[in-house]
Design a protein around this ligand. Sequence first.
Ligand code: IPD
Ligand code: CA
Length: 274
Amino acid sequence: MQSQNDWLEILVHCKENVKTRIRPHLKTLSEPQPDLGKGAGGDPMKPVDLAAEKAIVEVLQQSGTSFTLISEESGVKEFGEKPKQCYVTVDPIDGTNNLVRGIPFYASSIAISAKPALSTVYAALVTDLVHDTTYTALKGKGAYRDGEKITSATRESLEDAIVGLDLNSYKIKEIAPKITDLIQKTKHIRHFGANALELCYVADGTTDAFIDIRGKLRTTDLAAAFLIVKEAGGTVTTPAGEALEVKLGPEQKIKFIASGNTQIHKTILSLVKP
Ligand code: IPD
Ligand code: CA
């Protein structure tokens, strides 16, 4: 069984291998891509998604650990003799559309947990594959960006805040009325297109909150960033203000509000209709 620090080392090796393995794919994105069918999360798979997943699994196997993989691409797979001793929840590429279209904002996300449950995640890494910036967290030990401790923002007023909001949905007519009061009171709204990384922006105070109440985001995208935001001092709850208790699985979806501090979180909760 790996210690927390062993995990950190393994996760860093994973991200280095992802960077190496996706490099050739970045050069061929303008060429026709083979049809690989849909991944376990329900989206069409791209060769670059699979290359990133393979890179992560390769390093995990080399480390000699037994684990259950929960991936947006290959779904749930067991490795080693004691696969239930830990769960590795992976979004190999978060922001694949950005990557394919050349928008420089995409990441890789890996979370280690004791059970297939969000609340049991104890080690996490999200790496910005464009800017080579890596966010990590260990439960109870804080969150870090490239090895430097990070803390979430203390800004309380929505008039000064930058708030991320994912509105990508064909059900916008149902969702919009729930958040118009919030949008009305917020000066700066953003959506960059890779939610794991956008959550890390909340963790290091680059932005003040990130909201995704579509019911469309997979837990594979959230698992690692959830721990990173919490360890940085931020708050993550359901739109009703409850603790996020959810199973980790490629098809499992989640709605959440993540904020830099409890005061702005309260304000946002009061403006969002659950
Ligand atoms: C997507 C990104 C995007 C969000 C989508 C996700 P993917 O992740 O996080 O910002 O709007 O719902 O699916 O599919 O590139 O891993
Ligand atoms: Ca993905």
